[in-house]
Design a protein around this ligand. Structure first.
Ligand code: AGP
Length: 653
C-alpha cells in the first residue's frame, strides 16, 4: 500500500537518521514477516471516568487462561505512570499492588498477563515495559521478529535494555521516533509499527499524554470496547462484556487512538477507518463458574445446552432438512469438492478425525485430517477442487491459521469451524460454521469438542443428502437421534459418582492407555489427551488394532487400559482386544452400552453408556472420558483450569 506524502516526509526523517542501518531491517525476507505467529498473552487497557485498576485486574483474571507466567499493570497517576509487575499468577500481582499501591485512583491504565517466549518468566521480563526516559510504557501480545536488528540500532544510539524481551525494543523504538521526528505519541507509535516485522497487539501510554491511550494490532487479537465516555481494550471480549456490549475488532495493521474522550481508528498507513461496531452476544454469567468448583466441570455440565445451541435453527428432523447459512455462499465448492482436507490441532484435531469417519460414511467424500503444524511446513499437494476446513475453538491457534492461509494461497476454498465470533480464523476463511458452545474458559477443551463434532456431523449429513448418498429417511433418522443427544448427555452426567469411584482407584497410576476402533478411535485419542493435559499422567490413545503391533508390551498389572467398547460394529473385535489385555493382567476399564453384561464381566471398572448408534456414541462417550480426567486430576491436586505449561489458545508456532 502506497505511503502518504506526509508519511514519506516523516519517514525520510526516520530513514536519514537510521539510513546506514535500514538495509539490515529491509533485508529480512518478506515471508519472515511472521504475521502468523501471535503470542498467547492477555492485554487489557482502560481510559475513562472510573478508577482503572479494579477494571484492569479483573480483566487480567478473565484473560489469565491465555497465559499465566507473569503479569503487570501500569496506571497513569498525577503525571506519572506507576508500574507494578510480578512473576507468577495474577493473584501475585494483586497482592503486590495491595501492598505497594493501595490507593490507586488513576483513570487510565493497562495490564498484561504473559506466556513467555522471548525471555524466561521473571519480574524483569514481565510487562509493562518502559522506554529509557521512563516517559512511554507498553504492554504487548505478539512477537517482533526483527527486534534484534532494531535493538542494534538503538544500542548504537546509546539505548540501554534491562530485559531480554522484544517488547522493550519496541517501546524504545517508539521513544526514538518520537524524539527524532518530534511527533505526537500516536504518530510515533504509527511510524515505529511501520518498521517492525512480526505480530503485535499493543497498548501504549505516555506520561506527557495523560488523556491518551494508543492501541495497535497485527496478527494478535485486539478488541476495543465503547462505553459511555470510556473505552476498554482487551485481547478478547471477556474483560469488556461486563461494561459494554459494543465492540470493535481491530483488523491487521490498524490502530485505535483515544485522545480526550474521542476514539479514532486508522491504519498504520494513516488511512482513517470507520470501523463496524459489533454487539457482543455473550453474557457475563457465561464467564462465571456458576457455583461449580472449576470452569472445566461447569463446561462439562453445559454440554446439554451447548449441543442444543449448536443444532438450534439448523435442522428440521421431521422434514430431514439441514440448513447451514454460513456455508451457503460456497455451497458449490463444498458439494463439488473431490477431497476434504481438515486442518486442526489438539482436541480440534480429534474432532476432525471423528468428522473423517462421518464424511466417509455419510457423504462418501474422502477426508484427509492434518496436524496443522505439520501441514504448513510440508509441501502439501492442494488441488483447486479441494475443500479445506480449519477447525479451532479459539479461532486464534497460530498453526491452524498459518495452515489455512497456505491452503488459501494455493487456491483451495477454506471453511472455518470456530467457537469465538470475530476471531482471526473466521475472518480469514471464505465461509464457515460457528459452534455455539459459549466461552470456554477451562484450558482443557470439553463442550467445544462436542459442539465441534455436532456441527461437523451436520455438515456431513448436509453433503450426504445433497449428493444423494443419504436418503431423506436416513437423514430424518440421524437428525432425530441428534435431537435426542442432550437427553442422553443428561443421563450420562448422572453417572459422575460412578466415574469418581473409578478415579479413586486409579488416580495414582503412572501410565494409562486408551483404545478404540472406528468412531471409538478418535475418542481414545481425546480421552488420553484430557487425562494428560490436566492430571499430568502419561496417557496414550491408540487404535485398538494397533496394540498387538508393539504397545501391548507396555501392559502389566499396573497398566489401566480404557476401552471404548459400546455395542457397535466393532464390538466383537474390541472384546477380543480386551481379552488380550486381561491375559496380560492389565486393568480393564470400559465404556460399554448399558445392559451389556458380558462385556461388563470382562471389565475391572466400567461405565454404562446410554444406547446410541455408533454415529452418536462419541457424544455420550465424551462425558465419562472428561469426568474421569477431571476427577483423577482433582485427586492429584492439579490446577484443573490452568494446567501447567498450557494456555487456552496456542497463538505461537
Ligand atoms: C485441548 O484441551 C487443548 N486446550 C488444546 O489441545 C486445544 O485443543 C488446541 O490447542 C487447539 O485449540 P483450538 O481449538 O482453539 O484451535
Amino acid at each position: 500500500m502506497e505511503r502518504t506524502r506526509s508519511e514519506e516526509r516523516r519517514l525520510s526523517t526516520f530513514h536519514t537518521l537510521y539510513s546506514k542501518y535500514i538495509t539490515k531491517i529491509a533485508s529480512f525476507p518478506e515471508n519472515f514477516s511472521g504475521i502468523l505467529t501471535p503470542y498467547m498473552c492477555g492485554i487489557v487497557g482502560y481510559i475513562g471516568k472510573k478508577e482503572a485498576y479494579p477494571i484492569l485486574i479483573k480483566g487480567l483474571e478473565r484473560l489469565e487462561y491465555r497465559g499465566y507466567d507473569s503479569s503487570g499493570v501500569a496506571i497513569m497517576e498525577e503525571g506519572d505512570i506507576l508500574i507494578r509487575k510480578k512473576v507468577g499468577k495474577v493473584a501475585e500481582l494483586s497482592k503486590l499492588v495491595k501492598e505497594t499501591l493501595p490507593n490507586s485512583k488513576g483513570r487510565v491504565g493497562m495490564a498484561h498477563t504473559r506466556w513467555a517466549t522471548h525471555g524466561e518468566p521473571s519480574d524483569v521480563n514481565s510487562h509493562p515495559h518502559t522506554s529509557n526516559s521512563g516517559n512511554i510504557s507498553i504492554v504487548h501480545n505478539g512477537i517482533i521478529e526483527n527486534y534484534l536488528s532494531i535493538k542494534k540500532i538503538l544500542v548504537d544510539k546509546g539505548y540501554k535494555f534491562e530485559s531480554e524481551t522484544d517488547t522493550e525494543v519496541l517501546v524504545n523504538l517508539i521513544e526514538d521516533v518520537k524524539k527524532e521526528s518530534k511527533v505526537s505519541i500516536d504518530e510515533a507509535v504509527r511510524l515505529a509499527l511501520l518498521e517492525v516485522a512480526g505480530a503485535f497487539a499493543i497498548v501504549v501510554l505516555s506520561k506527557k499524554d495523560p488523556n491518551t491511550i494508543v492501541v495497535g494490532k497485527r496478527g494478535s487479537p485486539a478488541v476495543i470496547g465503547i462505553g459511555d465516555g470510556e473505552f476498554f481494550v482487551a485481547s478478547d471480549a471477556t474483560p469488556i462484556i461486563e461494561y459494554t456490549d459494543k465492540v470493535i475488532y481491530l483488523e491487521d495493521d490498524e490502530m485505535g487512538v483515544v485522545k480526550d474522550g474521542e476514539l479514532t481508528v486508522k491504519t498504520i498507513h494513516n488511512e482513517v477507518k470507520n470501523p463496524y461496531i459489533q454487539k457482543l452476544e455473550m453474557k457475563i454469567e457465561e464467564l462465571e463458574k456458576g457455583g461449580f468448583p472449576h470452569f472445566m466441570l461447569k463446561e462439562i455440565y453445559e454440554q446439554t445446552r451447548s449441543i442444543t445451541d449448536s443444532v438450534r435453527g439448523r435442522i428440521n428432523a421431521k422434514e430431514g432438512i439441514v440448513k447451514l447459512g454460513g456455508i451457503e455462499s460456497h455451497k458449490e465448492e463444498l458439494l463439488s469438492a473431490k477431497r476434504i482436507l481438515m486442518l486442526a490441532c489438539g482436541t480440534s484435531f480429534h474432532a476432525a478425525l471423528e468428522a473423517k469417519y462421518f464424511f466417509e460414511e455419510l457423504a462418501g467424500v474422502p477426508v484427509s485430517v492434518e496436524y496443522a503444524s505439520e501441514f504448513r511446513y510440508r509441501n502439501p499437494v492442494i488441488y483447486k477442487e479441494d475443500l479445506v476446513i480449519a477447525i479451532s475453538q479459539s479461532g486464534e491457534t497460530a498453526d491452524t491459521l498459518a495452515a489455512l492461509k497456505l491452503a488459501k494461497e494455493r487456491g483451495a476454498t477454506v471453511f472455518g469451524v470456530c467457537n469465538v465470533a470475530g476471531s482471526s480464523i473466521p475472518r480469514e476463511t471464505h465461509a464457515g460454521i460457528y459452534t455455539h458452545a459459549g466461552p470456554e474458559i477451562g484450558v482443557a477443551s470439553t463442550k467445544a469438542f462436542t459442539a465441534q463434532i455436532t456441527v461437523l456431523l451436520l455438515l456431513a449429513v448436509f453433503v450426504g443428502k445433497e449428493n444423494g448418498k443419504l436418503t431423506v429417511s436416513q437423514v430424518k433418522e440421524i437428525l432425530a437421534e441428534m435431537e435426542n443427544v442432550p437427553v442422553k448427555i443428561e443421563e450420562i452426567l448422572l453417572k459422575e459418582g460412578e466415574v469418581k469411584k473409578i478415579a479413586k482407584e486409579l488416580y495414582e497410576k503412572k501410565d494409562f492407555i486408551y483404545l478404540g476402533r472406528g468412531y471409538g478411535y478418535p475418542m481414545a485419542l481425546e480421552g488420553a489427551l484430557k487425562l494428560k493435559e490436566i492430571s499430568y499422567i502419561h496417557a496414550e490413545g491408540l487404535a485398538a488394532g494397533e496394540m498387538k503391533h508393539g504397545s501391548i508390551a507396555l501392559v502389566d498389572e499396573n497398566m489401566p487400559v480404557l476401552f471404548i467398547a459400546n455395542k457397535g460394529v466393532h464390538h466383537e473385535k474390541i472384546v477380543s482386544n480386551m481379552m488380550e489385555i486381561k491375559a496380560r493382567k492389565g486393568i480393564v476399564v470400559s465404556l460399554i452400552t448399558e445392559g451389556d453384561e458380558s462385556t461388563k464381566k470382562l471389565s475391572d471398572f466400567c461405565i454404562e453408556l446410554p444406547k446410541t448408534s455408533d454415529l452418536i456414541m462419541p457424544f455420550v462417550a465424551s462425558i465419562p472420558l472428561q469426568l474421569l480426567a477431571y476427577h483423577i486430576a482433582l485427586l492429584r491436586g492439579a490446577d484443573i483450569d490452568k494446567p501447567r505449561n498450557l494456555a487456552k489458545s496456542v497463538t505461537v508456532e
